[in-house]
Design a protein around this ligand. Structure first.
Ligand code: 6PG
Length: 262
Protein backbone atom coordinates (compact mmCIF):
# COMPACT_ATOMS: atom_id res chain seq x y z
CA UNK A 1 0.00 0.00 0.00
CA UNK A 2 1.46 3.33 -1.01
CA UNK A 3 2.13 5.33 2.18
CA UNK A 4 0.04 8.44 2.40
CA UNK A 5 1.86 11.66 1.59
CA UNK A 6 2.37 13.69 4.77
CA UNK A 7 -0.14 16.55 5.05
CA UNK A 8 1.06 20.10 4.39
CA UNK A 9 0.28 22.39 7.34
CA UNK A 10 -0.01 26.18 7.14
CA UNK A 11 -0.38 27.93 10.52
CA UNK A 12 -1.48 31.56 10.68
CA UNK A 13 -2.07 34.07 13.43
CA UNK A 14 -5.86 33.99 13.13
CA UNK A 15 -8.79 32.75 11.04
CA UNK A 16 -8.82 35.76 8.73
CA UNK A 17 -5.16 35.12 7.87
CA UNK A 18 -5.48 31.41 7.14
CA UNK A 19 -8.79 31.85 5.34
CA UNK A 20 -7.08 34.38 3.09
CA UNK A 21 -4.20 32.02 2.41
CA UNK A 22 -6.60 29.19 1.57
CA UNK A 23 -8.55 31.52 -0.70
CA UNK A 24 -5.43 32.29 -2.71
CA UNK A 25 -4.64 28.56 -2.86
CA UNK A 26 -8.16 27.81 -4.15
CA UNK A 27 -7.78 30.47 -6.84
CA UNK A 28 -4.45 29.02 -7.97
CA UNK A 29 -5.90 25.50 -8.16
CA UNK A 30 -8.98 26.73 -10.04
CA UNK A 31 -6.94 28.60 -12.65
CA UNK A 32 -4.63 25.62 -13.16
CA UNK A 33 -7.46 23.07 -13.40
CA UNK A 34 -9.63 25.15 -15.74
CA UNK A 35 -6.64 25.71 -18.02
CA UNK A 36 -5.34 22.11 -18.00
CA UNK A 37 -8.59 20.14 -17.76
CA UNK A 38 -11.28 22.64 -18.67
CA UNK A 39 -13.08 22.07 -15.41
CA UNK A 40 -12.79 22.53 -11.63
CA UNK A 41 -15.01 20.45 -9.36
CA UNK A 42 -15.09 21.90 -5.86
CA UNK A 43 -16.83 20.55 -2.73
CA UNK A 44 -17.64 23.00 0.07
CA UNK A 45 -18.38 22.50 3.75
CA UNK A 46 -20.65 24.42 6.08
CA UNK A 47 -20.54 25.52 9.67
CA UNK A 48 -19.15 28.88 10.80
CA UNK A 49 -15.47 28.64 9.81
CA UNK A 50 -15.73 28.82 6.00
CA UNK A 51 -17.68 32.10 5.85
CA UNK A 52 -14.43 34.13 5.96
CA UNK A 53 -13.08 31.97 3.12
CA UNK A 54 -16.16 32.35 0.94
CA UNK A 55 -16.25 36.11 1.42
CA UNK A 56 -12.54 36.37 0.56
CA UNK A 57 -13.09 34.42 -2.67
CA UNK A 58 -16.22 36.36 -3.58
CA UNK A 59 -14.50 39.68 -2.96
CA UNK A 60 -11.32 39.05 -4.94
CA UNK A 61 -11.88 40.39 -8.46
CA UNK A 62 -8.20 40.21 -9.37
CA UNK A 63 -7.67 36.42 -9.40
CA UNK A 64 -8.70 35.95 -13.01
CA UNK A 65 -10.78 32.89 -12.08
CA UNK A 66 -14.00 32.45 -14.09
CA UNK A 67 -16.11 31.13 -11.22
CA UNK A 68 -19.04 30.62 -13.60
CA UNK A 69 -17.05 27.72 -15.10
CA UNK A 70 -16.58 26.00 -11.73
CA UNK A 71 -18.82 23.14 -10.57
CA UNK A 72 -19.84 23.60 -6.94
CA UNK A 73 -20.65 20.55 -4.81
CA UNK A 74 -21.02 20.09 -1.06
CA UNK A 75 -19.25 17.75 1.36
CA UNK A 76 -22.47 17.53 3.35
CA UNK A 77 -25.80 19.22 3.95
CA UNK A 78 -28.20 19.46 6.85
CA UNK A 79 -31.83 18.28 6.46
CA UNK A 80 -33.15 21.84 6.22
CA UNK A 81 -34.32 24.06 3.35
CA UNK A 82 -31.87 26.47 1.68
CA UNK A 83 -33.47 29.40 3.49
CA UNK A 84 -32.67 27.91 6.89
CA UNK A 85 -29.64 29.59 8.56
CA UNK A 86 -28.23 26.10 9.18
CA UNK A 87 -28.12 25.28 5.45
CA UNK A 88 -24.57 24.74 4.15
CA UNK A 89 -25.74 25.64 0.65
CA UNK A 90 -27.42 28.75 2.07
CA UNK A 91 -24.15 29.93 3.64
CA UNK A 92 -22.27 29.60 0.34
CA UNK A 93 -25.12 31.14 -1.66
CA UNK A 94 -25.35 34.25 0.53
CA UNK A 95 -21.61 34.85 0.79
CA UNK A 96 -20.24 33.69 -2.58
CA UNK A 97 -22.51 32.15 -5.21
CA UNK A 98 -25.09 34.96 -5.38
CA UNK A 99 -22.58 37.82 -5.16
CA UNK A 100 -20.69 36.26 -8.09
CA UNK A 101 -23.82 35.23 -10.03
CA UNK A 102 -22.85 31.57 -10.36
CA UNK A 103 -25.26 29.97 -12.88
CA UNK A 104 -27.62 27.34 -11.42
CA UNK A 105 -26.26 24.68 -13.78
CA UNK A 106 -22.96 24.89 -11.92
CA UNK A 107 -24.55 24.50 -8.48
CA UNK A 108 -24.92 20.82 -7.49
CA UNK A 109 -26.94 21.26 -4.33
CA UNK A 110 -27.90 18.45 -1.96
CA UNK A 111 -31.68 18.54 -1.44
CA UNK A 112 -31.65 18.74 2.33
CA UNK A 113 -35.29 19.75 2.35
CA UNK A 114 -36.37 16.47 0.72
CA UNK A 115 -39.00 14.34 2.50
CA UNK A 116 -36.79 11.32 1.79
CA UNK A 117 -33.16 11.83 2.75
CA UNK A 118 -32.27 8.46 1.24
CA UNK A 119 -33.73 9.56 -2.11
CA UNK A 120 -31.89 12.90 -1.87
CA UNK A 121 -28.65 11.06 -1.05
CA UNK A 122 -29.13 8.78 -4.06
CA UNK A 123 -29.89 11.71 -6.33
CA UNK A 124 -26.73 13.47 -5.18
CA UNK A 125 -24.65 10.37 -5.87
CA UNK A 126 -26.12 10.20 -9.38
CA UNK A 127 -25.26 13.86 -9.90
CA UNK A 128 -21.66 13.07 -8.94
CA UNK A 129 -21.63 10.05 -11.26
CA UNK A 130 -22.94 12.15 -14.14
CA UNK A 131 -20.28 14.75 -13.45
CA UNK A 132 -17.48 12.20 -13.41
CA UNK A 133 -18.92 9.93 -16.09
CA UNK A 134 -18.62 6.83 -13.91
CA UNK A 135 -19.63 5.56 -10.49
CA UNK A 136 -18.08 4.37 -7.22
CA UNK A 137 -17.40 0.94 -8.72
CA UNK A 138 -14.85 2.38 -11.13
CA UNK A 139 -11.32 3.02 -9.91
CA UNK A 140 -11.12 5.81 -12.39
CA UNK A 141 -9.97 9.38 -12.33
CA UNK A 142 -10.37 11.90 -9.56
CA UNK A 143 -13.98 12.69 -8.73
CA UNK A 144 -13.39 16.24 -7.52
CA UNK A 145 -10.45 18.58 -7.92
CA UNK A 146 -10.69 20.05 -4.42
CA UNK A 147 -12.67 19.33 -1.27
CA UNK A 148 -12.69 22.10 1.34
CA UNK A 149 -13.42 20.58 4.75
CA UNK A 150 -13.74 21.67 8.33
CA UNK A 151 -13.22 19.64 11.48
CA UNK A 152 -15.32 19.40 14.61
CA UNK A 153 -13.99 19.30 18.19
CA UNK A 154 -14.55 15.51 18.11
CA UNK A 155 -12.57 15.11 14.89
CA UNK A 156 -15.58 14.76 12.58
CA UNK A 157 -15.47 16.19 9.10
CA UNK A 158 -18.34 16.69 6.68
CA UNK A 159 -21.02 14.72 8.55
CA UNK A 160 -18.72 11.77 9.24
CA UNK A 161 -18.79 11.35 13.01
CA UNK A 162 -16.77 8.93 15.18
CA UNK A 163 -17.93 5.30 14.81
CA UNK A 164 -20.29 6.17 11.93
CA UNK A 165 -21.01 3.32 9.48
CA UNK A 166 -20.53 5.90 6.70
CA UNK A 167 -16.79 5.73 7.41
CA UNK A 168 -16.68 2.21 5.91
CA UNK A 169 -19.26 2.73 3.16
CA UNK A 170 -18.25 2.07 -0.46
CA UNK A 171 -21.03 4.41 -1.63
CA UNK A 172 -20.21 8.05 -2.33
CA UNK A 173 -23.02 9.51 -0.23
CA UNK A 174 -24.97 8.51 2.85
CA UNK A 175 -27.42 9.71 5.50
CA UNK A 176 -26.44 10.50 9.10
CA UNK A 177 -29.70 10.47 11.07
CA UNK A 178 -28.42 11.35 14.55
CA UNK A 179 -25.39 13.61 14.63
CA UNK A 180 -23.96 13.75 18.19
CA UNK A 181 -23.17 17.46 17.96
CA UNK A 182 -25.18 20.59 17.10
CA UNK A 183 -26.92 21.22 14.84
CA UNK A 184 -28.63 17.96 15.71
CA UNK A 185 -30.52 17.61 12.46
CA UNK A 186 -30.09 14.68 10.07
CA UNK A 187 -27.46 15.14 7.40
CA UNK A 188 -26.51 13.90 3.95
CA UNK A 189 -22.75 13.50 3.60
CA UNK A 190 -20.05 12.47 1.20
CA UNK A 191 -18.23 9.42 2.48
CA UNK A 192 -14.46 8.90 2.66
CA UNK A 193 -14.88 6.76 -0.49
CA UNK A 194 -15.90 9.94 -2.32
CA UNK A 195 -13.78 12.50 -0.50
CA UNK A 196 -10.62 10.42 -0.98
CA UNK A 197 -11.13 10.67 -4.74
CA UNK A 198 -10.47 14.40 -4.56
CA UNK A 199 -7.20 15.45 -6.10
CA UNK A 200 -6.65 17.76 -3.18
CA UNK A 201 -8.29 17.95 0.25
CA UNK A 202 -7.91 21.21 2.19
CA UNK A 203 -8.95 21.53 5.84
CA UNK A 204 -9.67 24.91 7.41
CA UNK A 205 -9.70 25.04 11.23
CA UNK A 206 -9.58 27.81 13.80
CA UNK A 207 -10.07 28.19 17.52
CA UNK A 208 -8.84 26.46 20.64
CA UNK A 209 -11.80 24.06 20.60
CA UNK A 210 -10.31 22.40 17.51
CA UNK A 211 -6.84 21.84 18.98
CA UNK A 212 -7.62 18.39 20.40
CA UNK A 213 -8.93 17.13 17.08
CA UNK A 214 -6.29 18.72 14.86
CA UNK A 215 -3.49 17.31 17.03
CA UNK A 216 -4.90 13.79 16.82
CA UNK A 217 -5.25 13.96 13.06
CA UNK A 218 -1.80 15.42 12.45
CA UNK A 219 0.03 13.37 15.09
CA UNK A 220 -1.76 9.98 15.12
CA UNK A 221 1.29 8.13 16.44
CA UNK A 222 1.32 10.35 19.55
CA UNK A 223 -2.25 9.44 20.46
CA UNK A 224 -3.30 6.19 18.78
CA UNK A 225 -6.69 7.79 18.06
CA UNK A 226 -7.83 8.12 14.44
CA UNK A 227 -10.72 10.62 14.22
CA UNK A 228 -12.87 10.62 11.07
CA UNK A 229 -10.93 13.56 9.60
CA UNK A 230 -7.82 11.36 9.70
CA UNK A 231 -9.57 8.99 7.28
CA UNK A 232 -9.74 11.67 4.57
CA UNK A 233 -6.85 12.59 2.31
CA UNK A 234 -6.36 13.85 -1.22
CA UNK A 235 -5.01 11.78 -4.09
CA UNK A 236 -2.29 14.38 -4.66
CA UNK A 237 -2.16 16.31 -1.40
CA UNK A 238 -3.84 16.98 1.92
CA UNK A 239 -3.42 20.52 3.16
CA UNK A 240 -4.25 22.10 6.53
CA UNK A 241 -4.87 25.80 7.04
CA UNK A 242 -5.09 26.38 10.79
CA UNK A 243 -4.78 29.34 13.12
CA UNK A 244 -2.40 29.24 16.09
CA UNK A 245 -5.19 28.38 18.52
CA UNK A 246 -6.06 25.23 16.58
CA UNK A 247 -2.53 24.64 15.31
CA UNK A 248 -2.27 21.26 16.90
CA UNK A 249 0.77 19.92 18.68
CA UNK A 250 1.77 16.47 19.87
CA UNK A 251 0.92 17.45 23.42
CA UNK A 252 -2.55 18.29 22.18
CA UNK A 253 -1.99 21.75 23.62
CA UNK A 254 -4.09 23.22 26.34
CA UNK A 255 -7.21 23.10 24.23
CA UNK A 256 -10.49 21.66 25.37
CA UNK A 257 -10.57 17.89 25.58
CA UNK A 258 -12.77 15.81 23.33
CA UNK A 259 -16.39 16.65 24.22
CA UNK A 260 -17.14 13.10 25.29
CA UNK A 261 -14.20 13.23 27.70
CA UNK A 262 -16.37 15.46 29.79
C1 6PG B 1 -21.26 20.77 8.86
C2 6PG B 1 -19.84 20.84 8.36
C3 6PG B 1 -18.95 20.28 9.43
C4 6PG B 1 -18.09 21.45 9.87
C5 6PG B 1 -17.48 21.21 11.22
C6 6PG B 1 -16.83 22.50 11.74
O1 6PG B 1 -22.18 20.55 8.07
O2 6PG B 1 -21.41 21.04 10.07
O3 6PG B 1 -19.65 20.34 7.14
O4 6PG B 1 -18.15 19.21 9.07
O5 6PG B 1 -17.05 21.67 8.90
O6 6PG B 1 -18.52 20.81 12.11
O7 6PG B 1 -17.86 23.43 11.92
P1 6PG B 1 -17.51 24.96 12.38
O8 6PG B 1 -16.83 25.59 11.22
O9 6PG B 1 -18.86 25.57 12.67
O10 6PG B 1 -16.63 24.84 13.59
Amino acid sequence: MVPAVAPRVEVGVDLATVAGRLARRVETLALESLERRGRFGLALSGGSTPEALFRSLAGDRSSGVDWTAVDFFWADERAVPPSDPRSNYGLAARTWLEPRAIPPIRVHRISGESDSLEAASGAYERDLQNYLGSGPESGGPALLDLAILGIGPDGHTASLFPDSPLLESSAWTGVERSPPLDPRVPRISLTPAALNRSRIVAFLAAGDEKRWAVARVLHPDAFGVRPPAARVRGLESTEWFVDRAAGGSPAGGTGAGRPSDG
